[in-house]
Design a protein around this ligand. Structure first.
Ligand code: C5P
Length: 338
C-alpha cells in the first residue's frame, strides 16, 4: 500500500495492491463455519487506486470506475452498493465514535479498479484495508494497529493482510497476520525478487462454493496438513525455494478445477510456457506463473496476450487479462502522518 497526500489534511490517494497465495493450506473446519488456514500471502504490483477527499456536509459518495475499457476482468465495474470500501468507512467511523473522536463532514471517494473481481487476488479486501489506513490518516485518528486489525477482521478474512502487505504468513481464518522477516536489510529485495505473470479469466469464482465443495469431497485436501514448510524451514530458505518455483501449494486449487474445468485446461496451457511453476491464487480464478526476472515475466506476458484470444477454451473463460507483476514490500514507511 502506498499513500500520497494530494492536498494536506483534505485529499489523498492510496494504491491498493493485489495478492497471490504462494502457499495456501486448509487445516480444517471451524465452529464458526470458516476454515482454519495457514497461508503465505505476497502483495504484488497490480494495484487499484483510491482517492479520498473530505467534503462539506455529511454525505459519503463513492464512484467506482474501471481503469480500462470493458472493466476489470472484462466484467463491469463492481457495484457501489455493498462495496467493501463503504463498509470500511462505516467500520472506521464506529471506532472513531467509540474513541470519542467522531469525524466531522462528508467524504467523496473515487476507486479506480484494475484488480479483477472474484479472481483470488484480494482486490476488494485490499480496497477496504486502503480505506481504513487512508481515513485513519485523513481524520487524524492515529488508531493503534490492533484497532485497525479489529476493523479489518470484521470486514473480511483477507483484509488484515493488506494493512501490512509485503510477504506474510496468515493463519486463523486469514486474519492473524505475521509479516515474514528475512535477515538483515534484505527483506525488501527478497520480496521484490518475486516475479510473476497473472492470468485472469473473466470468471468470478465464489469463494464459499469452493470451501463448500472442499467439505463435500472428504480427502481432497481437507484437513490433511498438520505440518507446513513454515514450521520446518527458516524464512530465508523457504523464500529461496519458493522463488525457484518449489514448495508452492494451494489446497483449493483442485476443488476450483472440479467446479470450473476450463481453469484446469488454462493451467495446462500455461504449463507449456517457460514458467518456474504455475498455480491458482486463493479460490481462483486467477492463475499465476512464477518467473525468474521482470524481463522473463514481460516476455511471457506479451506472448500470452497474443496467443490466448485464439485458444479455444477462452471462449468460455471470456476475455483473459494478463499482467506481469513483481512482489512489493510492505507498509514499511510507517502509518500515514499529516
Ligand atoms: O471472510 P470473507 O468474507 O472474505 O470470506 C468469504 C467466504 O469464504 C466465507 O463466507 C466462507 O464461506 C469462506 N471462507 C472460509 N474460510 C476462510 C476464509 C473464507 O470458509 N478461512
Amino acid at each position: 500500500m502506498r499513500l500520497e497526500w494530494l492536498e494536506p489534511d483534505r485529499r489523498l490517494r492510496v494504491h491498493a495492491p493485489a495478492k497471490i497465495n504462494l502457499i495456501l493450506e486448509v487445516l480444517g473446519e471451524r465452529r464458526d463455519g470458516y476454515h482454519e488456514i495457514d497461508s503465505l500471502f505476497l502483495a504484488v504490483s497490480l494495484c487499484d487506486t483510491l482517492e479520498i477527499e473530505r467534503v462539506d456536509g455529511g454525505s459519503v459518495e463513492l464512484d467506482v470506475v474501471p481503469a480500462f475499457a470493458g472493466g476489470p476482468g472484462g466484467l463491469e465495474a463492481p457495484p457501489v452498493e455493498g462495496n467493501l470500501v463503504l463498509a470500511a468507512v462505516e467500520a472506521l467511523r464506529r471506532r472513531a465514535d467509540a474513541a470519542g473522536r467522531s469525524p466531522a463532514g462528508g467524504l467523496r471517494l473515487r476507486l479506480e479498479k484494475r484488480i479483477p473481481l472474484g479472481a483470488g487476488l484480494g482486490g476488494g479486501s485490499s480496497d477496504a484495508a486502503a480505506t481504513l489506513v487512508a481515513l485513519d490518516g485523513l481524520w487524524g485518528l492515529g488508531l493503534p494497529l490492533d484497532e485497525l486489525e479489529g476493523a479489518a477482521a470484521e470486514l473480511g478474512s483477507d483484509v488484515a493482510f493488506f494493512l501490512h502487505g509485503g510477504l506474510a504468513r496468515c493463519r486463523g481464518r486469514g486474519e492473524i497476520v505475521e509479516p515474514v522477516r528475512v535477515g538483515g536489510g534484505g527483506a525488501d529485495a527478497a520480496i521484490e525478487g518475486f516475479h510473476a505473470v497473472l492470468v485472469s479469466p473473466a470468471v468470478a469464482v465464489p469463494t464459499p462454493s469452493v470451501y463448500k465443495k472442499l467439505r463435500e469431497l472428504r480427502g481432497v485436501g481437507r484437513g490433511l496438513t498438520t505440518q507446513t514448510p513454515f514450521t520446518t524451514m527458516p524464512p530465508e530458505s523457504l523464500l529461496e525455494r519458493l522463488r525457484e518455483g518449489h514448495l508452492l501449494a494451494n489446497r483449493l486449487q483442485e476443488v476450483a478445477f472440479l467446479l470450473f474445468p476450463d481453469l484446469r485446461r488454462l493451467k495446462e496451457f500455461l504449463e507449456a510456457e517457460p514458467f518456474l511453476a504455475v498455480q491458482l491464487t486463493g479460490s481462483g480464478s486467477t492463475l499465476f506463473g512464477l518467473c525468474r526476472s521482470a524481463s522473463h515475466a514481460e516476455r511471457i506476458a506479451g506472448s500470452l496476450r497474443t496467443r490466448l484470444p485464439a485458444w479455444e477454451p477462452s471462449r468460455t473463460l471470456g476475455r483473459v487479462l494478463v499482467h506481469a507483476v513483481r512482489g512489493i514490500p510492505g507498509w514499511s514507511a510507517g502509518r500515514p502522518r499529516r
